[in-house]
Write a protein that binds this ligand. Structure first.
Ligand SMILES: [Zn+2]
Ligand SMILES: [Zn+2]
Length: 269
């Protein structure tokens, strides 16, 4: 069977990632208006009424903006850790009790045909997680909004067929940005902030060494990065290690405000 993965949106203006395996269709985060997510799903041929669930990473609004609307409109169960549920209180409207699912990082569960593994990430939220999604021998991992690529994150995602990893900013551009306060800069650069292009590239080399064949750079900053720059930093790091981007490993950048291409992973990958 094939696994499908498509970043609908990725970045501080909203996040939503679509994944399908077998008969199961899920979203990771719904951080744009419900209508915008509906339209994005329709553009890749997915009727939102056929979704099975939304997995939530953390309570920042760029990840949960549309989850309440989506849950109520399509009767979608929402999965989040207990601390994230507490932190979302008052931000997503009333959620019917039968749609509330509480997860724990490190504890896997089945959602239809997909195996779900939430893992803890270092970020300034109540109890943020990334996800590894399993379909047969395939797996897709997503880790954005993390200040550091910790050993815990590495062991959770190593060996994934596809990894969407944060390549948030160029530290020089960020430091020089006159529109960001010193406090905000410190927050982003801190070990519970966001991953830089260089830190992302280092992490990707390890993951590729452990067998990952498809890489997506995500959650790019609008002001302190560009898709071309993020891509160049990762490609340069790969080429230094004799890894040929586009041949040995597929490398793409998730778009902030447009639906990215659909990745079709086959069991032979
Ligand atoms: Zn975010
Ligand atoms: Zn965040």
């Amino acid at each position: 069977m094939e696994m499908y993965f498509c970043p609908l949106f990725s970045g501080s203006a909203g996040n939503a990632l679509f994944c399908q395996y077998g008969n199961t269709r899920i979203l990771i985060d719904a951080g744009k208006a419900g209508k915008t997510i509906d339209e994005a799903l329709a553009s890749v041929g997915v009727d939102p009424a056929t979704l099975d669930a939304v997995l939530i990473t953390h309570e920042h609004s760029d990840h949960i903006h549309g989850v309440g609307v989506m849950a109520r409109r399509y009767h979608l169960p929402l999965y989040a850790t207990q601390e994230t549920w507490r932190a979302m209180d008052g931000k997503i409207g009333k959620i019917p009790g039968d749609l509330i699912r509480t997860t724990q990082s490190g504890k896997s569960f089945w959602l239809g045909d997909i195996g779900v593994e939430p893992f803890s990430i270092p970020h300034d939220a109540a109890d943020p997680v990334g996800y590894r999604l399993w379909g047969g021998s395939l797996s897709v991992s997503t880790a954005t909004d993390l200040g550091e690529f910790t050993e815990n994150v590495y062991s959770a995602v190593r060996g994934s067929t596809l990894v969407l990893l944060e390549s948030n900013h160029d530290p020089e551009l960020l430091r020089a940005n006159p529109r960001y306060s010193a406090q905000l800069k410190a927050r982003i650069l801190g070990d519970h902030g966001h991953l830089s292009n260089a830190a992302c590239a280092d992490a990707l080399l390890r993951l590729i060494g452990a067998g990952t064949k498809h890489v997506i750079l995500g959650h790019l900053s609008a002001e302190n990065n560009t898709p071309a720059l993020a891509q160049r930093v990762s490609e340069t790091a790969m080429m230094r290690e004799d890894i040929r981007p586009g041949e040995d490993v597929e490398l793409q950048v998730a778009l902030r405000d447009e639906v990215s291409s659909i990745f079709r992973l086959k069991e032979t990958d």
